[in-house]
Ligand binder design. Structure first.
Ligand code: NOJ
Ligand code: NOJ
Length: 455
């Protein structure tokens, strides 16, 4: 037996080598021919997943805590932000089917921790109830001065838990849809949905934790949570709740008209500002693109009023993306000095938050990846609607330039901070921002989807 193995293994090695040469060559050709693969992006995906997993249930946190980053000072990101955590979990859900058995096992454990922890957080008394944006790593409420409430949180959490309920159905006892919908021991979907349904009209602080008012991003994710929540409730026989969630979702849809800038045919990020920073004059914000990415399912069409609809086919998505892109082209040194095609994108042009100071804002990897994700999603929709392959591939190529931009500024091992310094181009602000990796994973998935639809 031993002998045989020794004889066979060099042959196996040779075979493996030959296969890898062939695959490599084949992929190279494909890249030239039709952009099938973005090498860097696909290579980064497994790394990003590992780095995400490292930031969940760390040994010095309460299990289920997703730290925003490992940095503990200037600024301290060693907290569980409800928004970041939900988005990170959603990226893992998206990646789950393609994971190895071993990685799935590890990920399942993290999912379970997140569900139990989220239920505990819902029961933890806080200064603003369910809209509380962040918690200490031991699971206790964070009671210092902060911008609160942030009402995108419960909606994003409901979306992540509903997706987990479906994923874990039949996989694990005790984590099925029924238990997760309305059970006090694990994250209760209904608790978050009720909060969203009853509070969406109230002003809250935006996702960047700065402006108090009504926000397109917040409304879009609240709407999606209620629509998906209504389906969920109906399946479980909670008909009264289902009707109520649908009703509220329709009212949110009608309300979206307040964000429509008819003159420019684009969306505005905040209206009815009642407090917080007042320096965002352009009302252009990458949060608009995040709102499409996180709030609009493929194939969905929102009817806002007779002449105004929003779907992945709407021109307003590309128009808004173009405005975002143009707003950043002019303002950062690295966007003017470099011969890279796509500009690095920040949160919004007037931003002054540099991480440990507020003396000047920077571009962010997650914002630059978000615009790519939007473009990939539009490309997919075009293919599904029978537009020419070339038409869709043009968008893919455009999106890839944003990925190249992130690649250019990333650390050599691909790791990502929160920000890219606007003058030097080096990574800056906190290292290993968990959300940066989630943004990479979802952009990669959106890119893969374009080619899956083209088959
Ligand atoms: C901290 C918040 O996390 C960040 O988003 C915001 O820009 C700054 N505070 C503003 O001071
Ligand atoms: C600041 C960002 O503006 C906010 O969106 C995020 O939740 C926190 N940092 C934590 O990553």
């Amino acid at each position: 037996m031993r002998m045989k193995n020794m004889i066979l293994s060099p042959m196996a090695a040779l075979l493996l080598f030959m296969t890898s040469v062939t695959t490599h060559a084949a992929t190279q050709t494909a890249v030239c021919e039709d952009l099938l693969n973005h090498m860097w992006l696909s290579e980064q995906r497994p790394q990003a997943l590992l780095r995400i997993l490292e930031n969940i249930s760390r040994s010095d946190t309460k299990p289920g805590t997703v730290v925003a980053a490992r940095t503990k000072a200037e600024p301290n990101y060693y907290y569980h932000w409800v928004r970041d955590a939900a988005l990170v979990i959603q990226s893992l859900i998206e990646a789950f089917p393609a994971m190895s058995q071993e990685q799935r096992q590890v990920t399942r454990e993290k999912f379970r921790d997140y569900l139990v922890h989220s239920a505990d957080l819902q029961d933890t008394p806080t200064l603003t109830g369910m809209g509380e944006p962040k918690f200490n790593p031991d699971g206790s409420s964070f009671n210092d001065l902060w911008a609160r409430p942030q009402n995108d949180g419960p909606a994003l959490r409901a979306l992540s838990v509903m997706q987990l309920a479906r994923l874990m159905q039949g996989e694990q006892q005790g984590f099925g849809p029924y238990q997760l919908y309305n059970n006090t021991h694990i994250a209760t979907i209904k608790g978050d949905l009720e909060y969203v349904a009853h509070h969406w009209r109230e002003p809250s602080v935006d996702l960047w934790e700065e402006v108090y008012g009504d926000h397109f991003y917040t409304r879009m994710v609240q709407r999606r949570a209620l629509r998906e929540g209504a389906l969920f409730a109906r399946e479980l026989g909670d008909i009264g709740a289902a009707n109520f969630y649908d009703q509220q979702a329709s009212e949110i849809e009608d309300s979206l008209v307040i964000f429509w800038d008819a003159d420019r045919s684009i969306w505005r990020t905040t209206v009815n500002r009642t407090g917080g920073y007042g320096h965002k004059h352009s009302n252009i914000d990458v949060a608009l693109l995040l709102a499409f990415n996180h709030g609009l399912r493929p194939g969905e069409e929102i009817r806002i009023h007779k002449n105004l609809k929003l779907s992945w086919q709407s021109r307003s998505i590309l128009e808004t993306a173009e405005h975002v892109e143009n707003a950043f082209r002019e303002i950062y040194t690295i966007n003017q000095n470099s011969n890279l095609v796509a500009p690095a994108i920040g949160r919004y042009p007037e931003d002054s938050f540099g991480g440990s100071h507020t003396n000047g804002g920077n571009p962010w990897p997650l914002a630059t990846l978000a615009i790519a994700e939007t473009l990939y999603k539009v490309a997919t929709m075009r293919i599904q609607n029978g537009r020419s392959r070339e038409n869709a591939l043009r968008l893919v190529r455009e999106a890839d330039h944003f990925i190249d931009r992130v690649r250019y500024h990333a650390h050599p091992d691909g790791s990502l901070n929160e920000q890219i310094h606007r003058d030097s181009g080096y990574m800056t602000s906190v290292e290993h921002l968990t959300w940066s990796y989630a943004a990479l994973v979802t952009a990669e998935a959106a890119r893969a989807q374009v080619f899956a639809s083209a088959r």
